[in-house]
Design a protein around this ligand. Structure first.
Ligand code: ADP
Ligand code: ZN
Length: 730
């Protein structure tokens, strides 16, 4: 039981406001529990907070104000507080910002909206049974603890509302006011089971044993696309539900597909609770509350679902664990995969990281003995991994404004003729990445960023992919004012679509790119249409690489396999390898065999060769050797410091001041690189400067970083962000 504070007692309340510590208040009338969600006065405003502990007592007692009211929500559990605190320490995030992640339930502070509900009462029998009365009681008994509104209950039983009222008068049915948010339907762990293959069965048994132990453990579940990873971890979910604990599955693109939800429904008889950007505000509030009141056993969500107030979390699955979208890149910079492991370790839950192409981090954690590993080596049923081949673009004769080689075109024609689908993958949105003036050489750029404007021909506009600014395509060059000389350079998916339309005039073409759809709903509908055979040729950016199942797809053509190999990102090789294997995995997911063709100007490049051979262990070994030698993650630690300000002088001054005062970092043996202008040196009118800190794996990096940046007073308008384990270096 959490500590209870008496009325008037001094308590510390952590608010979600940008303050550096908890503030003292007086406990309200009736007292308050530690962890309670409260509304407190802050200056002239009322703000949300959590009772954090006893007051510090270092503020003049007469000026301390009482809590305004205690919100009608379950107090935050000590475990959740510990999780938020450790996550804040790890990511060097101020506690209020962390707390905001944990309180993202719109209307959390609203007075509860009530409604009258009906459930089984204390009296077993009425004075006299009628057919209608029996029906009502039968419905209530059948649905267990579920509550109904008057109308719902009468309709379910097929009787008039007066019958229900009659039973209320007799005490057989209870009438009460209850919060509007209703529990989610109970899931039936044994509703439907598939027969697992031997390999799947072994993996499932290991995960189930983990869940049944009731203790923390982390497992990498590695298996090629279509090998039944989902099937296997759903068994672990079933075991978790049987044990009466809650389960959470994180998926990177949950807003884009209902395939997973349908599978859950088939397996457990009802849908799980959903938590992602596509969910309505009312529903979010319901999920948040029900998760905290045991009214939701199973949540499927995006990364932020990790911050829901689970009462008793027994299993966290991070599907597609290598996916870069698990790293939040603005606001609180956290990696949901790592935070899942943290939360699991605090709460005594099993954590399953599932992927066909695991991150080197997770692979290294297995090697180091921190995670267990389970392998699924073959695809389920008839499906086999696609054959993969390179197309050597040096021996293809292509004009400069075309990107589909004869070899690839031939393969596409063949599939389309057979009624199969072909996917052309190009990870570039828009029409062309660059627009150049052929009179003066000027490249169209963004006014607010050091970035080129990308032509989006469908929308008839230029767009900056950094800040999202758009403008119409000018008729004349903004630099030399000559008209009619602006020309596209290079391909984006829209330009590729033009080439496809010309070359395959008969084929039905679909372009899948996140910017071409107004809403996640529209994109989702398009994906479902394609899965049902609504297109012959699909042109897609990386959104097609993620988990969608297109049964008719048998050919994948990668337009530019070299694209990700340029640049100095330490994960360039790993990312390319993962992306190519993921995209290729889209081909041949049912009985027809798939083929993946990679267009490359450097087919002898080690990454391309490893991708083709599919020798993953060899690839990781080589990658691990290089990273270990360089002392970079996962064999060393890194942190990025990003300074930004409208004032270019100020950012460099602060950057240099930091570099000059390295003592706190030097003490732990860490090195500082920079300051240097960031690769994208200006975004939204703010100049950006980066520093990079490298340390040994065991070095206590966070406290040293905190001490280091504390030395410098930041001018107004200058932002300093610390990115622990950075994934991006732009
Ligand atoms: P992954 O998550 O590894 O991509 P899935 O679990 O989605 O693989 O399995 C791929 C397909 O094969 C799915 O349609 C799934 O229902 C089916 N499948 C996998 N294992 C079995 C099994 N043991 N029995 C029946 N169907 C299976
Ligand atoms: Zn811009």
């Amino acid at each position: 039981m959490e500590r209870h504070y008496q009325p008037g007692e001094l308590i510390a309340v952590m608010t979600t406001q940008p303050l550096d510590r908890a503030l003292d208040y007086k406990a309200p009338e009736g007292g308050v529990f530690e962890g309670a969600f409260v509304e407190v006065p802050l200056g002239p405003r009322k703000v949300l907070g959590v009772v954090w502990g006893p007051g510090a007592g270092d503020y003049e007692i007469s000026r301390i104000r009482p809590v305004i009211r205690v919100l009608d929500a379950r107090p935050m559990r000590g475990e959740m507080k510990a999780f938020l605190t450790r996550a804040a320490d790890y990511t060097l995030t101020p506690m209020p910002a962390m707390l905001r992640l944990g309180t993202r339930a719109p209307g959390l502070g609203d007075p509860p909206s009530m409604r009258r509900i009906y459930r089984r009462g204390t009296e077993a029998e009425p004075d006299r049974w009628t057919e209608a009365r029996r029906k009502v009681v039968a419905v209530l008994d059948e649905y267990g603890g579920l509550a109904f509104t008057l109308k719902e209950l009468a309709e379910h039983a097929g009787v008039s509302t007066s019958v229900v009222k009659g039973l209320v008068a007799q005490g057989v049915v209870a009438e009460e006011d209850s919060p509007r948010d209703l529990p989610f339907p109970r899931l039936e762990p044994g509703a439907a089971q598939v027969e697992l293959t031997e390999e799947q069965g072994a993996a499932s048994a290991a995960l189930v044993a983990g869940v049944e132990s009731g203790a923390f453990g982390a497992t990498l579940l590695k298996g090629v696309t279509g090998s039944g990873k989902t099937e296997v971890y759903l068994e672990a979910v079933a075991a978790c539900l049987k044990a009466g604990r809650q389960a959470l599955v994180l998926l990177p693109e949950i807003a884009l597909t209902s395939e997973f939800l349908t599978r859950v429904e088939a397996r457990f008889g009802a849908r799980p609770a959903e938590w992602h950007s596509g969910v309505t505000m009312t529903e979010r509030r319901r999920v948040w509350r029900m998760v905290s009141e045991n009214g939701a056993q199973f949540v499927v969500g995006a990364r932020s679902a990790l911050f829901l107030p689970f009462q008793d979390l027994g299993l966290i699955v991070v599907d597609e664990e290598h996916d870069t979208s698990y790293k939040q890149e603005d606001g609180v910079l956290y990696n949901a995969r790592d935070m899942a492991v943290l939360r699991g370790s605090i709460t005594g839950a099993q954590v399953v990281l599932a992927s066909a192409t695991p991150s080197l981090e997770s692979w290294a954690n297995v090697e180091a003995g921190k995670y267990k590993r389970l392998d699924l080596t073959s695809r389920f049923g008839e499906a086999v991994m696609p054959e993969m081949r390179a197309i050597d673009m040096r021996s293809e004769d292509l004009p400069a404004t075309r990107w589909i080689s004869e070899t690839l075109a031939g393969a596409v024609t063949e599939r389309v003729a057979r009624g199969e689908q072909a996917l052309l993958f190009l990870n570039r949105r828009g029409y062309a990445p660059v627009t150049i003036c052929r009179a003066c050489g000027h490249q169209l750029g963004c006014d607010h960023c050091d970035a080129r404007m990308v032509e989006h021909r469908f929308q008839k506009r230029l767009m900056c992919h950094q800040c999202g600014e758009t403008k119409p395509m000018p008729a004349a060059c903004p630099s030399c004012k000559v008209e009619g000389k602006l020309a596209p350079v290079g391909p984006g998916v829209e330009r590729l679509a033009e080439e496809v339309a010309e070359r395959f005039p008969q084929a039905r073409v679909a372009v899948l790119s996140s910017d071409l759809f107004g809403s996640a709903q529209a994109l989702k509908a398009q994906i479902e249409g394609i899965a049902e055979g609504g297109a012959d040729i699909i042109i897609g950016t990386q959104i097609v690489a993620k988990g969608h199942n297109f049964p008719l797809l048998t050919l994948v053509g990668v337009i530019d396999a070299d694209l990700g190999l340029q640049g100095s990102d330490l994960r360039a090789a790993e990312r390319t390898f993962q992306l190519m294997r993921q995209v290729a995995g889209r081909a041949g997911r049912s009985e027809r065999k798939g083929l993946a063709l990679l267009q490359s100007y450097q087919p002898e490049h080690p990454v391309i060769r490893a991708t083709l051979s599919g020798d993953e262990e060899a690839f990781w070994q080589a990658e691990a050797r290089e990273r270990r030698a360089a002392g970079v993650p996962p064999y060393g630690r890194m942190a990025g410091i990003i300074l930004s300000s409208p004032d270019v002088q100020a950012v460099f001054d602060v950057g240099r001041a930091l570099a000059a005062r390295q003592e706190p970092l030097a003490r732990i043996g860490a090195q500082v690189f920079g300051p240097a202008a960031a690769p994208i040196a200006r975004v939204r009118g703010r100049h950006r400067v980066r520093l990079l800190v490298k340390a040994e794996k065991s070095a206590p990096l966070q406290p040293a970083l905190a001490a280091w940046v504390r030395q410098i007073r930041l001018p107004k308008n200058l932002r300093l962000a610390i990115d622990i384990d950075p994934q991006n270096f732009y």
